[in-house]
Design a protein around this ligand. Sequence first.
Ligand code: SF4
Length: 277
Amino acid sequence: MNTENAGAVENHRSREEGLIVYPVYSRRSGGLSIGVNLYPDKKCCNFNCGYCEVFPFAGGVSFSRAVMESGLRKAIAQAAARNVPVKDICFSGNGEPTMSPDFAPALLAAALVRDEAAAGAELVVISNGTGLLREDCYAFLEQATRPPVLARLWLKLDAGDPVWYEKLDRCDIGFERLTGAIKKFSRRNGCVIQTMHCSVNGELPPLEEICAWAGLTAEIAKPGNVRLVQVYGKARPSPHDPVCAALPASSLEERADALRIAFETAGVKGPPIAIYE
Ligand code: SF4
């Protein structure tokens, strides 16, 4: 597939130039992903991950649903003209999408465009999970991810204990509070779990952390609604470099192995585990 001809770019830097819609070739989507950026003007996130790829920028553009809709139609038409299938339309961009007041109406509008122009594409929300701590957002995501499924939720779970969570995600929202909400949500609703595996200030993820993460992920996956666990490495530059650094593929494999063992120990028929270096 020639994603370049589909207008796709290998990195997401174009979203820092005020773009609301940005086609990318996504390794985790496995093809052309059309990104929706709710924050073309500034980064907005309640995490401060050491590996975050959003560089400081000054954009003078505000989010507009009309611009998003026309951008999506254009990107889908460009892909179709080149016979490139759209794998997904993905809400991610310069921060945590669920923090935006535009999130719910924009997702509903994108679903309509998807249904009309790219019915085979999934609608994906990549989130750090903190929206689940708000009642209104929790209810919306619950409705969106239940059959008939409007959108898929990909949830960040970078750590198995509060110490590694604080080092990696650098967030003051309590670890137990956040993982409690993720457990509650996954009991009844579908999601994908995403875990970044990298070093922090030269320190490898400790063995106890990996075991705790594996146990926690097995617990989250036990009800059977987790479709996939993605373990991924740091592949792109970050403004915080060199805080976080990539680890060898064998290290990512070891984390995945720990999860397989945890599934077996807990008697869980776990979802597939995908590794992205
Ligand atoms: S949650 Fe995502 S956007 Fe927010 S700091 Fe972490 S990597 Fe960046």
